[in-house]
Design a protein around this ligand. Structure first.
Ligand code: G3H
Length: 208
């Protein structure tokens, strides 16, 4: 059986600031001491550790590929990985937070309390104004899932929290209503093996 490796991008400046969405060049940068004033290079270290892990784990897998979203933070995370083709999928982009893009949850709560409450009541169906719901994300992932099922070689998927919740739920057979609440920690690789006896899962936490 060939593995599918799922991971979020390395910690970005927006993660540190608690801002959702975003794809601007500076704030998408992984936390890295040289490029920013932020006093941590956690995101950058993860990208290097991930590259190391992938290169070792998939050493003899010549047909393996790396799939990212089209957003900077996943592309930057994939960049140290050498020796495998990289494919960008728009369908792997983070849930579109519409008018709330770039805001913190506190800002949404303060400035758009009705939106905040509606999302809290039904996170699965709630659609951000001019953005997406989890159900929208699940729907747009369909071609990615079909392609993942067809692959014979291993695939490393570097994407985002909401998208990975949906992908993981598909493979781990988790119910729809749980999807928006699945824990999807940073700096952790979830390895899914699809065999004849079902799906097996291993987790590798590359940083403390
Ligand atoms: O920006 C989006 C987040 O990664 C998704 O988190 O759906 O729990 O708000 P959330």
């Amino acid at each position: 059986p060939r593995p599918i490796l799922l991971t979020r991008h390395g910690e970005s400046l927006d993660n540190v600031r608690g801002r959702i969405g975003g794809d601007n060049v500076l704030s998408s940068n992984l936390t890295e001491v040289i490029l920013t004033c932020y006093d941590s290079d956690t995101g950058d270290i993860y990208a290097k550790k991930l590259a190391n892990f992938v290169e070792k784990r998939l050493k003899s897998e010549r047909a393996a590929s790396i799939w990212t979203s089209t957003l900077q933070r996943t592309i930057i995370t994939a960049s140290p990985i050498a020796g495998f083709p990289k494919i960008q999928w728009r369908a792997l982009d983070e849930i579109n937070a519409g008018v709330c893009d770039g805001m913190t949850y506190e800002e949404i709560k303060k400035n758009m309390p009705e939106e905040y409450d509606s999302r809290k009541k039904d996170k699965l169906r709630y659609r951000y104004p001019r953005g997406e719901s989890y159900l929208d994300v699940i729907q747009r992932l369909e071609p990615v899932i079909i392609e993942l099922e067809r692959q014979r070689a291993p695939v490393v998927v570097i994407s985002h929290q909401a998208v990975l919740r949906a992908l993981y739920a598909y493979f781990a057979d988790r119910p729809l209503k749980e999807i928006p609440h699945i824990e999807m920690p940073l700096h952790t690789i979830i390895e899914i093996q699809m065999g004849v006896t079902g799906v097996q899962e291993k987790r590798y936490k590359l940083m403390d």
